[in-house]
Structure formats: C-alpha cells, structure tokens
Design a protein around this ligand. Structure first.
Ligand SMILES: Cc1cc2nc3c(=O)[nH]c(=O)nc-3n(C[C@H](O)[C@H](O)[C@H](O)COP(=O)(O)OP(=O)(O)OC[C@H]3O[C@@H](n4cnc5c(N)ncnc54)[C@H](O)[C@@H]3O)c2cc1C
Length: 465
C-alpha cells in the first residue's frame, strides 16, 4: 500500500518533493504540543501553487487523508495525520506577490511567515495587525485556517477581520477565489470566504490570500505593572477595558509564570508572587501622548506600586521581555505541556483561574497562566511528563473539568488556537446534537468522504475510503 502511494505521489509531483523515509517523516508527527505523535505515510512539498493544484487534482484518487501543514506551531493537534495519509507542507509557497500601499492590501502565498510579512510591510508604513506570539515561525496559511489571534487583537480584532480574499483548491483540483483585493464576495453570491477562515484544513487547501492593511501607528507606549493578588489585577483589567484610552493589548502573566521567568536567564526583576500586566496603547502621537498619564493612573489606582512605561523601542522591548519569553520557557521546563485556549466573560476571571490552581495542585501538576487578559482568552499551560503513566490522563481530567466550568460561566472552547483533535472531545460540552450535525454538514459538502484533515474539530469525522 505504501509503495503504491509513493508511486502515485511521484507521478503527481517531482521526485524531490515527495518524502517517504522514516527519517524524513519524523518531524511531521506532531505539532507544537509535541506529546502526541501521528506519523504520516508521506509528506509532499509542492514548489508552487500550480504543483499544489496538480497534487490536489490527483489527491482524491489516492484514497488517503490529506493534511495541510504550515509551520506546525498549532497547539491543538491541527496539522497532524491522525488517520495517516499525506501531509502537504506549504513551506515553498512563500512569495509576497504584491504590497498595495495605496489600496491598503497585500497579496501573499499561504507559506509566507507572519513576521516576514511584517518586516516587508514596515518600510511602506503599513502593518497587518493579527499577531500570534508564534509570529517568528507561523505561516499565514495556518493563521487563516485557525483564525489566529494575538496580543493586539484586543483592539484590532482577529485574522477574520483582515482577510479580504482567499484562493482555495478543492479536492477535485478546482481552484476557487472567494473575495479578493476589494474584499466582498468575489465571484460568489455568498460570502464563502467566511466559511474558509477558521476551517482548520477541513475544507480545502489555501494557496493565497488578499489581506487588509492599516497605517502603522504613529506612537506606541508600553506599560508594565505588577500586582500583589488576583483581585487587584482584575480591578486593573476591568478599569482598562472600560476606559476610553482603549488599549491595543492587555496581557497577563500569573505568579507561577513570573516565577518561571525570574528563575531563568530571562529574569527581569519582577517581584516574587506578583501578577504582571502588560498594556500597550497606540495611535496618533498627540492623542496617545495625552492618554499616557491616565493609563498609568488606572494601573496605580487598582493597586500597583510599580508601574513602568516607555515609548522608547529598547525599553519597550525590555517591558515585553517576560511576556515574550514565557512561551519558550514553558517548553524548557517540562517534557510535555497542554495549553487550553478557553474564552471566558472577564467577570469570571478570578474564579476560573482559582479553579485551574486548585485542580492542578490537587493532581500535583504544574500550571502556568500567560494569556490575553483583555479578551478573557485564558491559556492555562499544564506541564507534565507524557512518559510517566497516568500524567496525561490527569491533565485531560483537569482540562475537562476546566472546560465544563468555562461553559457554565458563559465561555467557549477556543479563542484562537482552534479545536484540532486535541479539543474535539469538548465540542459536545458546547454544542447539542442538532448543532453538531448542522456544522458537520459543512465539511461534508466540500469533501463528502472527509478526506481533508479527518478527525479534526469533530471526533467522529472519519475519512472513509
Ligand atoms: C509559542 C506559541 C505561541 C502561540 N501564540 C499564539 C497566539 O498568540 N495566537 C494564536 O492565535 N495562536 C498562537 N499559537 C498557535 C499557532 O501558532 C497558531 O494557531 C498559528 O496560526 C498556526 O500557524 P502554522 O503555520 O504553524 O499552522 P499549522 O500549525 O501548520 O496548521 C494549523 C492549522 O491550519 C491548517 N492549515 C495550515 N496551512 C493551511 C493551508 N495552506 N490551507 C488550509 N489549511 C491550512 C492545518 O491543517 C491546521 O489545521 C502559538 C503557538 C506557539 C507554539
């Protein structure tokens, strides 16, 4: 079976673009979570959109699952071949085709790295706001497919707010364009582009996008404040959200995250046991400068004794340091980790965080919280060792209890990472059978055998050859 698959793939793509040896496939078994491994039967790396279209033309006849993969930084088990099959790595489709400064849009291929796009836009005085913390690695294809968010999405909104158009290839090889540089519906009566964004590779292969740009803010001020407890931190978050200074970002690191940073080489002098808030305001210089003191005053009034702020790039980077370093440090601390991505109404923040601590402590599992506090987008990271029998099961039980409470307080399962196969078991906590059936009918309309990324989002979405 594997020989015949390899043979068929080599008929669809040039030889060097088909990977089949165990050593070549080893890097494609997992995503950013790392602890669950599903080796694909093969990986293909199309050189361009035409080669990808050629592959998709023949893909249905291969009779195996097709899984799209950008940089593989997903934290929900998205780009992994749970049912085996072919992983399509988009790393070669990385052309920025046009930056249209006058029209405030750009046209990019799906494999373009997010930070590469940022760097290319900067000299033109424009920017693309969605900013997942994985920016140095992740691709725009992964961002669109998972409707990525990021620190500045509190003010600017998430990826779906910036996608003007999507070019997508279906499993029969047909190429469709939804929207375009002018946005809207493109040649379609309905806005199908909205179906594509956040579809997690279950509908089609995206090749290129038209993205909306904004003028770079004239001025940015960054603030860092620490608090002795959750109550005062929460008061600061509520006051900031309600204030007309309208911050671009409100990020939080809990005391366990602070301890993790302070015991590493990235230490930056945060007080032991403190909660850290990182806030940013931006916009026209005169307007933003006029708001600086009122933001600092809000942070102080809520109970911070140590509010630091700056508009100088070097110092701003220092203020960001603890927040930015935390993601990488998590990976160094423990062999495996699971991160949840729940969104909760902000009034429930203290209660849900306490539940995370209580559950994790009772199970002797380390939990670190670093997240987009302005959006109520929690990211509890549970650190464990998947080689120790029973540890994963403990983390899964804590996660399930957490998700149950999240739903009870009016929250939902994912703010930005998507459902993938890691969170699919929680879908019935939010959606009833009728809703699940209706939602499942969408991928079924695009690929009835569920050949595109099976067992993602819905844990009963099996590919049936
Ligand atoms: C340290 C760290 C920090 C992170 N911070 C954030 C954050 O702040 N905000 C946030 O939203 N996410 C964050 N993430 C999660 C992740 O980086 C994002 O979900 C990102 O959008 C994934 O991009 P990727 O290129 O790695 O996609 P992948 O992980 O390769 O794929 C993600 C999904 O997209 C699909 N896909 C990829 N390319 C295509 C394509 N061309 N056509 C169709 N489907 C496709 C895949 O099948 C999969 O379902 C973080 C991850 C890490 C490791």
């Amino acid at each position: 079976m594997k020989d015949s698959l390899e043979h068929q793939l080599k008929a669809l793509l040039p030889r060097g673009r088909v990977l089949t040896s165990a050593a070549q496939l080893a890097g494609y078994g997992a995503d950013g979570l790392g602890y669950k491994n599903f080796l694909p039967d093969s990986v293909v790396i199309p050189a361009d959109a035409e080669e990808l279209a050629g592959f998709m033309c023949g893909a249905r006849a291969l009779g195996v699952p097709v899984v799209m993969r950008g940089a593989g930084t997903s934290l929900s088990g998205g780009p992994v071949a749970v049912q085996g099959g072919v992983v399509v790595h988009t790393s070669a489709l990385k052309c920025i085709r046009e930056i249209n400064v006058e029209g405030f849009w750009c046209e990019v291929e799906c494999g373009v790295g997010l930070n590469d796009l940022d760097a290319a836009l900067k000299p033109h005085g424009v920017f693309y706001p969605p900013d997942p913390s994985s920016g140095p690695v992740c691709t725009l294809g992964g961002n669109v497919a998972s409707n990525a968010g990021g620190a500045h999405c509190f003010r600017y909104g998430v990826t779906s707010n910036y996608v003007l158009g999507v070019e997508a290839i279906m499993l029969d090889g047909s190429v469709h364009r939804f929207g375009g540089p002018a946005g809207g519906r493109g040649p379609w009566r309905e806005d199908w582009k909205r179906f594509m964004i956040g579809s997690e590779g279950t509908l089609a292969a995206f090749t290129r996008f038209w993205l909306r740009l904004l003028p770079l803010p004239e001025k940015v001020w960054t603030f860092r404040a620490t608090y002795p407890d959750m109550k005062t931190t929460e008061a600061a978050i509520h006051a900031l959200v309600a204030h007309s200074s309208y911050p671009a970002a409100i990020e939080m690191l809990d005391p366990r995250g602070v301890a993790m940073v302070e015991s590493s080489q990235m230490a930056c002098g945060l007080p032991e046991g403190s909660f850290m808030l990182l806030v940013e305001i931006d916009g026209p210089e005169a307007l933003v400068n006029a708001r600086v003191e009122s933001v600092a005053e809000i942070l102080r009034h809520a109970g911070s004794q140590d509010v630091m702020f700056s508009d100088e790039d070097a110092l701003r980077q220092k203020l960001w340091k603890a927040r930015k370093a935390s993601g990488g440090l998590l990976g160094q601390l423990s062999p495996s980790y699971v991160v949840q991505d729940a969104v909760i109404p902000k009034r429930a923040l203290a209660e849900v965080l306490q539940l995370v601590y209580d559950e994790a402590d009772a199970a002797n599992i380390r939990a670190v919280n670093v997240f987009h506090a302005g959006d109520g987008n929690l990211h509890p990271n549970f650190l464990f060792d998947s080689r120790v029998p029973g540890e994963l099961e403990k983390v899964e039980l804590i996660s399930k209890r957490l998700m149950q409470r999240v739903i009870e307080v009016g929250g939902t399962l994912s703010g930005e990472h998507g459902i993938g196969n890691d969170k699919s078991a929680y879908m019935p906590l939010v959606f009833g059978p009728d809703s699940m059936r209706l939602q499942l009918s969408v991928p079924a309309a695009f690929n009835p055998a569920h050949q595109m990324n099976p067992l993602k989002v819905f844990d009963n979405r099996h590919f049936i050859a």
